[in-house]
Design a protein around this ligand. Structure first.
Ligand code: NAD
Length: 324
């Protein structure tokens, strides 16, 4: 491998630009090429980040001698980009949630395993100091239950995120971060019951509230609520997870944690942690992916919880994850 990790990015939308900026702070990374179906977006990103623009991902993958690929595209468009990377034996970082349907996710998961491709999924909260510390603190503890929320607002428009068939709505496209943190801190989910409604955002084709009850495989219980009809500028209640263990409550919010009552000798001061981009580039460079906290197969399990919640809201019945 060349000294720097040569990266190409499929998709040049809002999220991809965040990664492109993030890669600029990673010494071993070199963003060499960017691709978007929309030529103007590809050219604008190429100009900003000093990369070559493409509108055809296959052309980019064939010409650029890449070491790794970023895939940051709308939820319903997954499939071909991952397969293109897999066919060429390239490790990839793909954004969450990994697909709109379990069928697509499982097909990619199988191809990843068959070809032994290294992957990372964009659950960046797992890389925060708070999440690292929370896992250490909870190790070996008995968790009774967890209570989580993802409350925020969405702008009005007709973006794919607000079209249920394309995004799966807030419970799949956004609250997947909170579900992933529940899985990260508590463990795998076994069963979900969910009720959903569109109460306030009548003109948006997705539920704007969800209320989930969950059973975890280790016996803990949990609940989570999502709301999409609040002020879009207020993110103070998004990605909040309370874990109740022994006689304590661990409160995770926005990558930081607090514990009540306080535990003596535990330093909860926020400290810098390796970003997801830095962790991925390091993994590709060293071929050691042990620092990747959410590989593809694990992210499929997180996605399945959202799909179970969607199915439960549709059928009015609890859904076991083994049936999804
Ligand atoms: N991790 C996070 O916190 C976070 C935050 C925001 C978005 N996301 C995720 O990132 C992904 C992208 O979201 P976004 O808001 O940037 O969407 P976006 O619509 O702004 O951008 C997606 C871009 O992908 C392009 N595209 C689609 N298929 C392509 C293909 N085959 N080849 C090249 N380009 C292609 C589209 O033209 C579009 O410009 C989604 O999965 C979203 O859920 C993650």
């Amino acid at each position: 491998m060349s000294e720097k990790v040569r990266i190409g990015c499929i998709g040049c939308g809002g999220n991809a630009k965040g990664h492109m900026r993030g890669l600029g702070n990673v010494e071993d990374a070199q963003l060499v090429a960017v691709c978007d179906l929309v030529k103007d977006l590809a050219e604008a990103a190429a100009g900003e980040f000093n990369a070559r623009p493409y509108t055809n991902m296959n052309e980019m993958l064939d010409k650029e001698g890449l070491d790794a690929v970023y895939i940051s595209i709308p939820v319903h468009t997954h499939g071909a980009p991952e397969m293109a990377a897999i066919e060429r034996g390239l490790p990839f970082l793909v954004e969450k949630p990994v697909a709109r349907t379990m069928e697509t996710a499982r097909e990619i998961e199988k191809a990843v395993a068959d070809k032994d491709i290294q992957t990372a999924v964009g659950y960046q909260l797992r890389y925060t100091h708070g999440a690292n510390l929370a896992r250490e603190l909870l190790d070996g503890k008995t968790i009774g239950m967890a209570v989580a929320k993802y409350w925020c607002g969405t702008g009005r428009g007709n973006k794919w995120t607000q079209q249920f068939e394309k995004s799966g709505g807030q419970i799949l496209e956004q609250a997947t971060h909170t579900i992933d943190m529940l899985r990260n801190l508590v463990g795998d989910v076994e069963e979900v019951y969910n009720v959903a409604a569109n109460r306030v955002l009548g003109d948006i084709d997705c539920p704007d509230v969800n209320s989930l009850t969950m059973k975890f495989a280790n016996g803990a219980v949990g609940s989570m609520s999502t709301c999409w009809h609040l002020d879009p500028k207020d993110w103070s209640n998004a990605n909040v997870v309370d874990v109740l263990f022994d006689a304590n409550t661990l409160h995770f919010a926005g990558g930081k944690i607090s514990v009540t009552p306080e535990i003596e000798g535990v330093d909860l001061e926020p400290k810098p942690a390796q970003t997801i981009d830095a962790a991925f580039v390091r993994a590709v460079k060293t071929k050691d992916f042990s620092g990747i906290k959410s590989p593809y197969a694990d992210a499929v399990k997180t996605m399945a919880v959202s799909i179970a919640a969607i199915q439960s809201a549709e059928t009015g019945k609890a859904v076991r994850l083994s049936e999804v």
